[in-house]
Ligand binder design. Structure first.
Ligand code: BGP
Length: 439
Protein backbone atom coordinates (compact mmCIF):
# COMPACT_ATOMS: atom_id res chain seq x y z
CA UNK A 1 0.00 0.00 0.00
CA UNK A 2 1.10 3.60 -0.48
CA UNK A 3 3.13 5.22 2.30
CA UNK A 4 0.31 7.66 3.06
CA UNK A 5 -2.31 4.90 3.23
CA UNK A 6 -4.75 5.59 6.06
CA UNK A 7 -4.63 2.64 8.45
CA UNK A 8 -7.11 3.26 11.20
CA UNK A 9 -10.13 2.40 13.26
CA UNK A 10 -13.69 3.69 13.44
CA UNK A 11 -16.42 4.47 15.97
CA UNK A 12 -19.53 6.62 16.35
CA UNK A 13 -20.53 9.22 18.95
CA UNK A 14 -23.54 7.47 20.46
CA UNK A 15 -21.70 4.17 20.75
CA UNK A 16 -18.73 5.55 22.72
CA UNK A 17 -19.13 9.04 24.18
CA UNK A 18 -21.58 8.73 27.07
CA UNK A 19 -22.05 12.08 28.91
CA UNK A 20 -25.45 12.20 27.26
CA UNK A 21 -26.73 15.10 29.34
CA UNK A 22 -23.50 16.94 29.98
CA UNK A 23 -22.20 20.36 29.01
CA UNK A 24 -25.32 21.52 27.24
CA UNK A 25 -25.97 18.50 25.04
CA UNK A 26 -29.56 18.06 23.81
CA UNK A 27 -31.40 14.75 23.45
CA UNK A 28 -31.12 12.63 20.33
CA UNK A 29 -33.61 10.02 19.15
CA UNK A 30 -31.23 7.35 20.44
CA UNK A 31 -31.08 8.89 23.92
CA UNK A 32 -34.86 8.75 24.09
CA UNK A 33 -35.28 5.37 22.36
CA UNK A 34 -32.65 3.52 24.39
CA UNK A 35 -33.92 4.98 27.67
CA UNK A 36 -37.41 3.67 26.98
CA UNK A 37 -37.68 0.16 28.49
CA UNK A 38 -38.08 -2.69 26.04
CA UNK A 39 -36.49 -1.04 23.03
CA UNK A 40 -32.93 -2.37 23.21
CA UNK A 41 -31.21 -5.60 24.21
CA UNK A 42 -31.24 -5.83 28.01
CA UNK A 43 -32.29 -2.15 28.01
CA UNK A 44 -28.72 -1.10 27.25
CA UNK A 45 -28.10 2.52 26.33
CA UNK A 46 -25.30 4.95 25.54
CA UNK A 47 -25.72 7.13 28.65
CA UNK A 48 -22.20 6.26 29.79
CA UNK A 49 -21.00 3.91 27.03
CA UNK A 50 -17.16 3.93 26.95
CA UNK A 51 -17.08 7.35 28.63
CA UNK A 52 -14.96 8.51 25.72
CA UNK A 53 -16.20 12.04 26.41
CA UNK A 54 -14.03 12.15 29.54
CA UNK A 55 -11.17 9.98 28.30
CA UNK A 56 -9.86 11.59 25.17
CA UNK A 57 -6.26 11.71 26.37
CA UNK A 58 -6.20 8.09 27.51
CA UNK A 59 -7.80 6.69 24.37
CA UNK A 60 -5.87 8.84 21.91
CA UNK A 61 -2.65 7.75 23.68
CA UNK A 62 -3.67 4.13 23.02
CA UNK A 63 -4.35 4.95 19.36
CA UNK A 64 -0.91 6.50 19.08
CA UNK A 65 0.64 3.45 20.71
CA UNK A 66 -1.13 1.31 18.09
CA UNK A 67 0.40 3.50 15.35
CA UNK A 68 -2.99 4.39 13.88
CA UNK A 69 -2.72 6.78 10.94
CA UNK A 70 -6.35 7.82 11.12
CA UNK A 71 -9.29 7.68 13.47
CA UNK A 72 -12.85 7.83 12.20
CA UNK A 73 -15.41 9.17 14.67
CA UNK A 74 -18.79 10.87 14.37
CA UNK A 75 -20.07 14.16 15.74
CA UNK A 76 -23.10 14.24 17.97
CA UNK A 77 -25.53 16.65 16.33
CA UNK A 78 -27.15 17.56 19.68
CA UNK A 79 -23.81 18.20 21.35
CA UNK A 80 -23.19 20.86 18.72
CA UNK A 81 -26.75 22.10 18.19
CA UNK A 82 -28.79 21.01 21.24
CA UNK A 83 -32.13 21.65 19.54
CA UNK A 84 -30.96 20.50 16.16
CA UNK A 85 -30.71 24.00 14.75
CA UNK A 86 -29.78 27.66 15.46
CA UNK A 87 -28.19 27.97 18.91
CA UNK A 88 -24.65 26.54 18.88
CA UNK A 89 -23.29 24.86 22.01
CA UNK A 90 -19.76 26.21 22.38
CA UNK A 91 -18.79 23.41 24.75
CA UNK A 92 -19.71 20.83 22.14
CA UNK A 93 -17.58 22.56 19.54
CA UNK A 94 -14.69 22.89 22.00
CA UNK A 95 -14.91 19.19 22.78
CA UNK A 96 -14.53 18.11 19.15
CA UNK A 97 -11.80 20.68 18.55
CA UNK A 98 -9.80 19.27 21.44
CA UNK A 99 -10.28 15.72 20.14
CA UNK A 100 -9.03 16.79 16.71
CA UNK A 101 -6.10 18.65 18.25
CA UNK A 102 -5.08 15.63 20.30
CA UNK A 103 -5.30 13.37 17.26
CA UNK A 104 -3.23 15.76 15.14
CA UNK A 105 -0.57 16.00 17.86
CA UNK A 106 -0.45 12.20 17.91
CA UNK A 107 0.05 12.15 14.12
CA UNK A 108 -3.43 10.70 13.54
CA UNK A 109 -5.67 12.02 10.77
CA UNK A 110 -9.23 12.71 12.01
CA UNK A 111 -11.89 11.29 9.68
CA UNK A 112 -15.15 12.91 10.66
CA UNK A 113 -18.60 11.45 10.08
CA UNK A 114 -21.14 14.24 10.34
CA UNK A 115 -24.10 11.96 11.04
CA UNK A 116 -24.12 8.47 12.50
CA UNK A 117 -27.82 7.97 13.33
CA UNK A 118 -28.32 10.23 16.40
CA UNK A 119 -30.92 12.67 15.05
CA UNK A 120 -32.01 15.49 17.38
CA UNK A 121 -35.24 14.38 19.08
CA UNK A 122 -36.52 17.91 18.61
CA UNK A 123 -36.51 17.54 14.82
CA UNK A 124 -38.20 14.16 15.06
CA UNK A 125 -40.95 15.67 17.21
CA UNK A 126 -41.34 18.81 15.13
CA UNK A 127 -41.70 17.38 11.64
CA UNK A 128 -40.96 13.67 11.70
CA UNK A 129 -37.19 13.91 11.11
CA UNK A 130 -36.08 12.11 7.96
CA UNK A 131 -39.67 11.73 6.77
CA UNK A 132 -39.87 15.41 5.93
CA UNK A 133 -37.92 17.32 3.31
CA UNK A 134 -37.50 19.99 5.96
CA UNK A 135 -34.64 17.91 7.31
CA UNK A 136 -32.49 18.92 4.34
CA UNK A 137 -32.05 22.57 5.35
CA UNK A 138 -31.45 21.69 8.98
CA UNK A 139 -28.92 19.04 8.03
CA UNK A 140 -27.00 21.33 5.71
CA UNK A 141 -26.94 24.06 8.34
CA UNK A 142 -25.58 21.58 10.89
CA UNK A 143 -22.95 20.35 8.43
CA UNK A 144 -21.82 23.90 7.76
CA UNK A 145 -21.44 24.59 11.49
CA UNK A 146 -19.20 21.49 11.60
CA UNK A 147 -17.14 22.57 8.57
CA UNK A 148 -16.63 26.04 10.04
CA UNK A 149 -15.62 24.71 13.45
CA UNK A 150 -13.28 21.92 12.37
CA UNK A 151 -11.93 22.97 8.98
CA UNK A 152 -8.47 23.67 10.41
CA UNK A 153 -8.10 20.05 11.50
CA UNK A 154 -10.09 17.81 9.20
CA UNK A 155 -9.06 16.57 5.76
CA UNK A 156 -11.63 13.79 5.36
CA UNK A 157 -15.36 14.22 5.87
CA UNK A 158 -18.06 11.57 5.65
CA UNK A 159 -21.54 13.01 5.34
CA UNK A 160 -23.77 10.17 6.59
CA UNK A 161 -23.02 6.70 7.88
CA UNK A 162 -25.00 3.89 6.26
CA UNK A 163 -28.20 5.70 5.31
CA UNK A 164 -29.26 2.40 3.72
CA UNK A 165 -29.14 0.66 7.10
CA UNK A 166 -30.59 3.21 9.49
CA UNK A 167 -33.60 3.86 7.23
CA UNK A 168 -34.22 0.11 6.87
CA UNK A 169 -33.94 -0.50 10.61
CA UNK A 170 -35.94 2.57 11.57
CA UNK A 171 -38.69 2.72 8.93
CA UNK A 172 -39.05 -0.83 7.59
CA UNK A 173 -38.06 -3.22 10.37
CA UNK A 174 -39.01 -1.20 13.46
CA UNK A 175 -35.85 -2.07 15.38
CA UNK A 176 -34.38 1.46 15.48
CA UNK A 177 -36.22 4.72 16.15
CA UNK A 178 -38.83 5.70 15.02
CA UNK A 179 -39.84 2.01 14.98
CA UNK A 180 -41.91 2.01 11.80
CA UNK A 181 -42.76 -0.77 9.36
CA UNK A 182 -43.68 1.09 6.22
CA UNK A 183 -42.08 0.66 2.82
CA UNK A 184 -43.09 4.11 1.62
CA UNK A 185 -41.58 5.74 4.74
CA UNK A 186 -38.41 3.73 4.22
CA UNK A 187 -37.99 4.88 0.62
CA UNK A 188 -38.95 8.45 1.46
CA UNK A 189 -36.55 8.78 4.39
CA UNK A 190 -33.76 7.33 2.25
CA UNK A 191 -34.48 9.83 -0.50
CA UNK A 192 -34.17 12.67 2.00
CA UNK A 193 -30.74 11.38 3.05
CA UNK A 194 -29.73 11.50 -0.61
CA UNK A 195 -30.83 15.12 -0.99
CA UNK A 196 -29.22 16.10 2.31
CA UNK A 197 -25.96 14.45 1.25
CA UNK A 198 -26.00 16.03 -2.20
CA UNK A 199 -26.72 19.49 -0.76
CA UNK A 200 -23.94 19.09 1.82
CA UNK A 201 -21.38 17.97 -0.75
CA UNK A 202 -22.37 20.86 -3.00
CA UNK A 203 -22.02 23.40 -0.20
CA UNK A 204 -18.65 21.97 0.82
CA UNK A 205 -17.35 22.53 -2.70
CA UNK A 206 -19.03 25.91 -3.12
CA UNK A 207 -17.33 27.28 0.01
CA UNK A 208 -14.08 25.61 -0.93
CA UNK A 209 -13.56 23.99 2.45
CA UNK A 210 -10.23 22.19 2.64
CA UNK A 211 -10.01 18.42 2.34
CA UNK A 212 -12.11 15.72 0.76
CA UNK A 213 -15.69 14.70 1.24
CA UNK A 214 -17.36 11.32 0.81
CA UNK A 215 -20.20 9.33 2.29
CA UNK A 216 -20.38 5.79 3.70
CA UNK A 217 -22.81 3.01 2.88
CA UNK A 218 -23.04 -0.63 3.84
CA UNK A 219 -22.43 -3.10 1.01
CA UNK A 220 -23.39 -6.75 1.34
CA UNK A 221 -22.67 -8.38 -2.03
CA UNK A 222 -24.91 -11.18 -3.23
CA UNK A 223 -23.75 -14.65 -4.25
CA UNK A 224 -25.87 -17.40 -5.70
CA UNK A 225 -26.05 -20.60 -7.73
CA UNK A 226 -26.26 -19.95 -11.50
CA UNK A 227 -29.97 -20.85 -11.57
CA UNK A 228 -30.66 -17.93 -9.23
CA UNK A 229 -28.82 -15.33 -11.26
CA UNK A 230 -31.92 -13.33 -12.03
CA UNK A 231 -32.80 -13.24 -8.32
CA UNK A 232 -29.28 -12.07 -7.57
CA UNK A 233 -29.56 -9.42 -10.24
CA UNK A 234 -32.81 -8.15 -8.76
CA UNK A 235 -31.18 -8.03 -5.32
CA UNK A 236 -28.26 -6.07 -6.80
CA UNK A 237 -30.48 -3.50 -8.46
CA UNK A 238 -33.00 -2.98 -5.68
CA UNK A 239 -30.84 -3.37 -2.59
CA UNK A 240 -27.41 -2.12 -3.63
CA UNK A 241 -27.60 0.01 -6.80
CA UNK A 242 -30.75 1.67 -5.48
CA UNK A 243 -28.73 3.19 -2.65
CA UNK A 244 -25.37 3.83 -4.32
CA UNK A 245 -26.48 5.09 -7.76
CA UNK A 246 -28.25 8.29 -6.61
CA UNK A 247 -25.19 9.31 -4.59
CA UNK A 248 -22.45 8.39 -7.05
CA UNK A 249 -24.25 8.61 -10.43
CA UNK A 250 -26.93 11.14 -9.52
CA UNK A 251 -29.96 9.01 -10.41
CA UNK A 252 -31.88 5.97 -9.24
CA UNK A 253 -31.80 2.78 -11.34
CA UNK A 254 -34.93 2.79 -13.54
CA UNK A 255 -35.58 -0.95 -13.22
CA UNK A 256 -35.72 -0.61 -9.45
CA UNK A 257 -38.26 2.21 -9.75
CA UNK A 258 -40.57 -0.25 -11.45
CA UNK A 259 -39.92 -2.79 -8.72
CA UNK A 260 -40.81 -0.34 -5.94
CA UNK A 261 -43.78 0.94 -7.96
CA UNK A 262 -46.65 2.21 -5.80
CA UNK A 263 -44.42 2.33 -2.71
CA UNK A 264 -42.84 5.41 -4.27
CA UNK A 265 -46.07 7.41 -4.09
CA UNK A 266 -45.54 11.02 -2.90
CA UNK A 267 -41.81 10.74 -3.49
CA UNK A 268 -40.55 12.94 -6.28
CA UNK A 269 -37.30 11.27 -7.26
CA UNK A 270 -36.64 13.83 -10.01
CA UNK A 271 -37.26 17.11 -8.20
CA UNK A 272 -33.61 17.56 -7.18
CA UNK A 273 -32.03 15.74 -10.07
CA UNK A 274 -29.81 18.64 -11.05
CA UNK A 275 -28.37 18.81 -7.55
CA UNK A 276 -27.97 15.03 -7.36
CA UNK A 277 -26.14 14.96 -10.69
CA UNK A 278 -23.69 17.69 -9.79
CA UNK A 279 -23.03 16.34 -6.28
CA UNK A 280 -22.34 12.87 -7.75
CA UNK A 281 -19.62 14.52 -9.84
CA UNK A 282 -18.27 16.55 -6.94
CA UNK A 283 -18.14 13.88 -4.23
CA UNK A 284 -14.53 12.82 -3.73
CA UNK A 285 -14.68 9.27 -2.47
CA UNK A 286 -16.90 6.32 -1.64
CA UNK A 287 -16.91 5.13 1.95
CA UNK A 288 -17.86 1.48 2.22
CA UNK A 289 -18.65 -0.63 5.27
CA UNK A 290 -18.15 -4.30 4.57
CA UNK A 291 -18.80 -7.09 7.06
CA UNK A 292 -20.25 -10.01 5.10
CA UNK A 293 -21.79 -11.26 1.88
CA UNK A 294 -25.21 -12.85 1.48
CA UNK A 295 -26.58 -15.87 -0.36
CA UNK A 296 -29.42 -15.12 -2.76
CA UNK A 297 -32.12 -17.55 -3.86
CA UNK A 298 -35.31 -16.89 -5.80
CA UNK A 299 -38.64 -16.51 -4.08
CA UNK A 300 -42.16 -15.39 -4.89
CA UNK A 301 -41.24 -11.78 -4.15
CA UNK A 302 -38.27 -12.04 -6.57
CA UNK A 303 -35.43 -12.97 -4.23
CA UNK A 304 -34.70 -14.10 -0.72
CA UNK A 305 -31.52 -13.74 1.33
CA UNK A 306 -30.33 -16.70 3.31
CA UNK A 307 -27.16 -17.65 5.11
CA UNK A 308 -24.49 -19.03 2.78
CA UNK A 309 -24.39 -22.76 3.54
CA UNK A 310 -20.74 -23.21 2.56
CA UNK A 311 -19.03 -20.35 4.41
CA UNK A 312 -17.95 -20.06 8.06
CA UNK A 313 -19.80 -17.75 10.47
CA UNK A 314 -18.99 -15.63 13.49
CA UNK A 315 -20.56 -16.58 16.82
CA UNK A 316 -23.27 -14.04 15.92
CA UNK A 317 -24.01 -15.86 12.67
CA UNK A 318 -22.41 -13.33 10.33
CA UNK A 319 -20.87 -14.92 7.25
CA UNK A 320 -17.10 -14.67 7.04
CA UNK A 321 -16.26 -14.03 3.41
CA UNK A 322 -13.09 -12.07 2.49
CA UNK A 323 -13.84 -12.78 -1.16
CA UNK A 324 -17.00 -10.72 -0.72
CA UNK A 325 -14.76 -7.73 -0.01
CA UNK A 326 -13.05 -8.22 -3.36
CA UNK A 327 -16.48 -8.47 -4.99
CA UNK A 328 -17.53 -5.24 -3.26
CA UNK A 329 -14.42 -3.23 -4.15
CA UNK A 330 -14.45 -4.44 -7.75
CA UNK A 331 -18.14 -3.64 -8.21
CA UNK A 332 -17.83 -0.14 -6.75
CA UNK A 333 -14.66 0.63 -8.69
CA UNK A 334 -16.06 -0.54 -12.02
CA UNK A 335 -19.35 1.25 -11.65
CA UNK A 336 -18.48 4.55 -10.00
CA UNK A 337 -14.77 5.19 -10.73
CA UNK A 338 -14.04 6.98 -7.45
CA UNK A 339 -11.39 6.36 -4.79
CA UNK A 340 -12.69 4.06 -2.05
CA UNK A 341 -12.18 4.20 1.69
CA UNK A 342 -13.09 1.09 3.68
CA UNK A 343 -14.73 2.93 6.57
CA UNK A 344 -15.74 -0.19 8.54
CA UNK A 345 -14.76 -3.83 8.59
CA UNK A 346 -14.51 -5.99 11.67
CA UNK A 347 -15.35 -9.03 13.71
CA UNK A 348 -18.05 -8.98 16.37
CA UNK A 349 -17.78 -11.68 19.01
CA UNK A 350 -17.94 -12.46 22.72
CA UNK A 351 -14.41 -11.89 23.98
CA UNK A 352 -13.26 -13.17 27.33
CA UNK A 353 -10.89 -11.36 29.66
CA UNK A 354 -8.48 -13.73 31.40
CA UNK A 355 -5.59 -12.45 33.50
CA UNK A 356 -5.74 -9.04 31.87
CA UNK A 357 -5.46 -10.57 28.42
CA UNK A 358 -7.87 -11.20 25.57
CA UNK A 359 -6.87 -13.84 23.04
CA UNK A 360 -9.06 -12.87 20.10
CA UNK A 361 -7.59 -15.11 17.42
CA UNK A 362 -10.82 -15.17 15.39
CA UNK A 363 -10.68 -11.39 15.09
CA UNK A 364 -7.06 -11.46 14.01
CA UNK A 365 -7.83 -14.10 11.37
CA UNK A 366 -10.82 -12.12 10.15
CA UNK A 367 -8.86 -8.87 9.88
CA UNK A 368 -5.84 -10.54 8.29
CA UNK A 369 -7.89 -12.28 5.61
CA UNK A 370 -9.83 -9.14 4.75
CA UNK A 371 -6.76 -6.92 4.69
CA UNK A 372 -4.98 -9.40 2.43
CA UNK A 373 -7.96 -9.30 0.11
CA UNK A 374 -7.94 -5.51 0.14
CA UNK A 375 -4.25 -5.51 -0.77
CA UNK A 376 -4.98 -7.89 -3.62
CA UNK A 377 -7.72 -5.57 -4.86
CA UNK A 378 -5.36 -2.62 -4.57
CA UNK A 379 -2.82 -4.41 -6.76
CA UNK A 380 -5.42 -4.85 -9.50
CA UNK A 381 -5.56 -1.04 -9.72
CA UNK A 382 -8.48 -0.20 -7.45
CA UNK A 383 -7.82 3.12 -5.76
CA UNK A 384 -8.21 2.40 -2.04
CA UNK A 385 -7.23 5.25 0.26
CA UNK A 386 -7.81 3.86 3.73
CA UNK A 387 -8.94 1.03 5.94
CA UNK A 388 -10.73 1.55 9.27
CA UNK A 389 -11.34 -1.52 11.33
CA UNK A 390 -14.50 -1.45 13.38
CA UNK A 391 -13.71 -0.66 16.13
CA UNK A 392 -10.88 0.74 18.22
CA UNK A 393 -12.34 0.00 21.66
CA UNK A 394 -15.28 -2.23 22.44
CA UNK A 395 -18.44 -0.16 22.34
CA UNK A 396 -22.22 -0.28 22.39
CA UNK A 397 -23.74 -2.40 19.65
CA UNK A 398 -27.07 -0.89 18.53
CA UNK A 399 -28.88 -4.21 18.58
CA UNK A 400 -26.63 -6.35 20.75
CA UNK A 401 -25.75 -4.15 23.71
CA UNK A 402 -22.32 -4.45 25.30
CA UNK A 403 -22.06 -8.18 24.78
CA UNK A 404 -21.01 -8.11 21.14
CA UNK A 405 -17.47 -6.81 21.00
CA UNK A 406 -15.57 -5.46 18.03
CA UNK A 407 -12.63 -3.59 19.58
CA UNK A 408 -8.90 -3.97 19.43
CA UNK A 409 -9.09 -2.72 23.01
CA UNK A 410 -11.28 -4.49 25.54
CA UNK A 411 -13.40 -2.46 27.96
CA UNK A 412 -14.62 -4.09 31.14
CA UNK A 413 -18.15 -2.71 31.25
CA UNK A 414 -18.82 -4.49 34.57
CA UNK A 415 -16.22 -2.35 36.28
CA UNK A 416 -17.38 1.24 36.79
CA UNK A 417 -13.82 2.43 36.15
CA UNK A 418 -14.21 1.08 32.58
CA UNK A 419 -10.60 -0.14 32.37
CA UNK A 420 -9.07 -0.57 28.91
CA UNK A 421 -7.13 -3.76 28.08
CA UNK A 422 -5.18 -4.24 24.85
CA UNK A 423 -6.36 -7.40 23.09
CA UNK A 424 -4.03 -9.63 21.06
CA UNK A 425 -5.53 -8.02 17.94
CA UNK A 426 -4.26 -4.63 19.16
CA UNK A 427 -0.65 -5.86 19.07
CA UNK A 428 -1.20 -7.65 15.78
CA UNK A 429 -2.67 -4.55 14.09
CA UNK A 430 0.11 -2.38 15.47
CA UNK A 431 2.74 -4.67 13.91
CA UNK A 432 0.90 -4.66 10.61
CA UNK A 433 0.94 -0.85 10.49
CA UNK A 434 4.60 -0.67 11.55
CA UNK A 435 5.54 -3.08 8.74
CA UNK A 436 3.62 -0.88 6.30
CA UNK A 437 5.56 2.15 7.52
CA UNK A 438 8.86 0.41 6.68
CA UNK A 439 7.90 -0.43 3.11
C1 BGP B 1 -22.58 -0.88 11.17
C2 BGP B 1 -22.69 0.44 11.92
C3 BGP B 1 -21.84 0.51 13.15
C4 BGP B 1 -21.73 -0.78 13.92
C5 BGP B 1 -21.55 -2.00 13.03
C6 BGP B 1 -21.65 -3.32 13.75
O1 BGP B 1 -23.75 -1.10 10.44
O2 BGP B 1 -22.31 1.49 11.08
O3 BGP B 1 -22.29 1.60 13.92
O4 BGP B 1 -22.72 -0.91 14.84
O5 BGP B 1 -22.49 -2.00 11.99
O6 BGP B 1 -22.99 -3.65 13.94
P1 BGP B 1 -23.52 -4.51 15.15
O7 BGP B 1 -23.06 -3.79 16.37
O8 BGP B 1 -25.00 -4.51 15.01
O9 BGP B 1 -22.95 -5.86 15.03
Amino acid sequence: MKQEFLWGAASSAYQIEGAYLEDGKGLSIWDVFANTPGNTKDNTNGNIACDFYHRLEEDVALMKECHLKCYRFSLSWTRILPNGRKEVNKQGIAYYQSLCKLLKEAGIEPIVTIYHWDLPQNLEDEYGGWLSEKIVDDFVHYAQVCFEALQDYVNYWIVINEPNIFTEHGYLRAVHPPKMKDMNAYLKSYHHTVIATAATVHLFKLYNYPGKIGTSLAYMPGKSMPQYDSAKNLYQITQLDWFFDPLFLGEYPKEAMEYYGQHLKDIDLYKHQQLMKSAAQEIDFIGVNYYQSTWVISAESGFELISNPSLPKTSYGWTIDPDGLMQTLTALHEKYHKPIMITENGYGGKDILINHMVHDDERIDYLREHIEMMEKAYKTGIDIIGYCCWSFTDLLSWLNGYEKRYGLVYIDFNDSALPRVRKDSFFWYKQLIIQGEKQ
